[in-house]
Design a protein. Sequence first.
Length: 206
Amino acid sequence: MTLDDIATAAAAVHLMPLGGFHEDGQTTVLLGPLEPGFWAYVSKRPEFLMGAEDPLDAWSHWAITALGCVTGARPVFPFGGPPFHPFISWSLKSGEAWQSPVGLLVHKDAGLLVSYRGALIFDEEIDLPSPAAKPCDSCTDQPCLSACPVGALSTDGYDVPRCKAHIDVDPGCRAGCRVRTSCPVSQTYGRDPAQTAFHMEAFHPS
């Protein structure tokens, strides 16, 4: 099994590897949306069409469990706990994601829109690419630092109550976090705005 094999299998369900790491002779490969086109694909799956509770999580569980069967790996997920798997720690070990200036995770390809749908754990060491360069280090403007209209996300941390209070009165923020979408890497990722709105509604239902 190679990383290319995993990527090919994942692409069949519009997922892609978003980094990985070795530990105790095993390899963990993190998976997230393959863009562009993920939302157009997944929103037509039965979990969405039949009104399943938490349809994206339900679909992710099905899809990544199926990938585990195909690739001989153990599927794990960032939901369904407690206990919860340490996806944030795993992402920081992957060499493809880092803490951004505002504290949120930033990924080399997905930017501040990174979303881990699950992971596959292999009982072998699979060759992984060398660590990537952190995009924030070459981002001279760092728009994420000034994008929040009420300063809820800053180098001082994340004021969640202030964020949610502003979402209630700002349709633009309801449609998508301005900090996340301001990231230059986020803007090249190709995510459908409808998916961003879906996540915002899950974060703070209207």
